[in-house]
Design a protein around this ligand. Structure first.
Ligand code: CU
Length: 411
């Protein structure tokens, strides 16, 4: 079958080439130059302009009908506002598209070249200038202002009793942290990131371990330097001294963390002890305002939740955030769609590496009671590390990615 199609295409191309040759020959027989264009040629081109306009408009309308409704049902409070904004934009773009293209093709048809006809020339028209400056200007301002109002609704400060959730991205998964009963996140810091514990949460044991490791490195370099540096290049000695300086600075930053208060006069460690960290899926309560705070370990990812009409870049070193209120539970949405396997998802929407396509996490929207029951079942951070972090297991990775603290303090 494929061979047959290929054969038809090849034969078609040959036929067109032969036809072109025939027309070329007849022209030369009739002693007509190639660049001489007859009235019939112009009329034909004008007519083809109209034909193409119809095909062009027809295929555009077809695409609108087939693919126009591309977003899933909205399931958040601001979802309706985002959809309205999108609709208004699409309507305006569609009107402009049809008007401009109609004029383009219709005028090409109407004013095809005729010898006796002269074009009217005028060099300036104030009214015309006004029309094509003011109409796009006002339309654009409307889109921008309306868009900003909607955007501000999603990014303005969350209510005091809003649920705060931290979403942490790295190649190639999502980790979600709940602040625990005190509603204060434990401090996370890039100095505390290790190959197995990527969130960089601060604990007394990790502080001691990191400081011991740094002290060890400094001692080793000093030992090397004391063995005599006369035969070594000066640049090497300088680079070692520089390394000592950087290690000492790193150590001081870790020591500062000990003193840092995370809020309510809690130490960084006390605040984080009851944090809950989950992977694979996370739950949120329906009809409650949720403030999402995003951090990233390695590159820019983008947290995209299509049903909630939200998307936010997660940027190493710069915490980002927005708020939203889910309005339909997973169970209700399954009933609505008649699909028992339906799940809300958070997807990565920034091409971030080889496994980007599979960087996703399931979201379950529960009613308040089910949400609380689920949260209670999740282990607190302190319980988790007692279980799976044998003493001395933390390996400093030397990761130099700068990550801001969840509370806005950046290091
Ligand atoms: Cu990603």
């Amino acid at each position: 079958m494929k061979l047959l199609i290929l054969l038809v295409i090849v034969l078609g191309i040959i036929a067109i080439a032969q036809l072109a040759k025939v027309s070329e020959l007849t022209r030369s027989l009739r002693q007509v130059r190639e660049e001489d264009i007859s009235l019939a040629d112009n009329k034909m081109n004008a007519f083809l302009m109209l034909v193409w306009m119809v095909v062009f408009f027809g295929s555009t309308i077809y695409l609108y009908v087939v693919y126009g409704d591309y977003l899933p049902d909205s399931a958040s409070e601001h979802g309706a506002a985002v959809d309205r904004l999108m609709d208004i934009n699409i309507i305006m773009i569609t009107i402009v598209f049809f008007v401009v293209n109609f004029l383009l093709f219709y005028f090409s048809f109407k004013y095809y070249y005729r010898k006796e006809r002269k074009a009217r020339f005028f060099y300036h028209d104030n009214r015309l200038e006004m029309v094509w400056t003011l109409i796009p200007g006002i339309s654009m301002s409307f889109i921008i202002v309306y868009g900003l109002i909607t955007w501000n609704k999603m990014t303005s400060p969350a209510a005091a009793d809003a649920l705060r959730i931290e979403v942490y991205s790295k190649q190639f998964d999502w980790t979600v942290r709940y602040p625990g009963d005190n509603n204060v996140f434990g401090t996370a810091d890039f100095n505390m990131i290790s190959s197995d514990k990527t969130l960089g949460l601060v604990t007394p044991e990790r502080i001691t371990l990191q400081i011991d490791t740094i002290d060890g490195e400094i001692a080793a370099i000093k030992q090397k330097l004391s063995e005599g540096t006369e035969l070594l290049p000066e640049s090497w000695v300088e680079s070692m001294e520089d390394k000592i300086y950087r290690l000492q600075r790193h150590k001081q930053r870790i020591l500062d963390l000990k003193e840092f208060k995370a809020g309510d006069n809690l130490s960084t460690w006390e605040a984080g002890a009851d944090d809950r960290i989950v992977k694979g899926e996370f739950h949120i309560p329906v009809n409650r305002e949720i403030e999402f705070v995003f951090r990233s370990q390695d590159v820019i990812h983008s947290a995209y939740m299509p049903h909630f009409r939200t998307q936010m870049n997660t940027v190493p070193g710069v915490p980002t955030r927005f708020k939203m209120t889910p309005t339909i539970t997973t169970k209700e949405m399954r009933e609505k769609l008649g699909d028992d396997s339906f799940d809300y998802l958070m997807l990565c929407n920034k091409v971030c590496g080889v496994a980007h396509f599979n960087m996703q996490i399931k979201i379950v929207v529960d009613d308040e009671a089910n949400y609380n029951a689920w949260l209670k079942k999740q282990k607190t951070f302190v319980a988790q590390i007692e279980e799976d972090e044998p003493k001395g297991a933390v390996v400093p990775s030397g990761n130099s990615t700068v990550i801001a603290l969840a509370d806005g303090r950046s290091m």
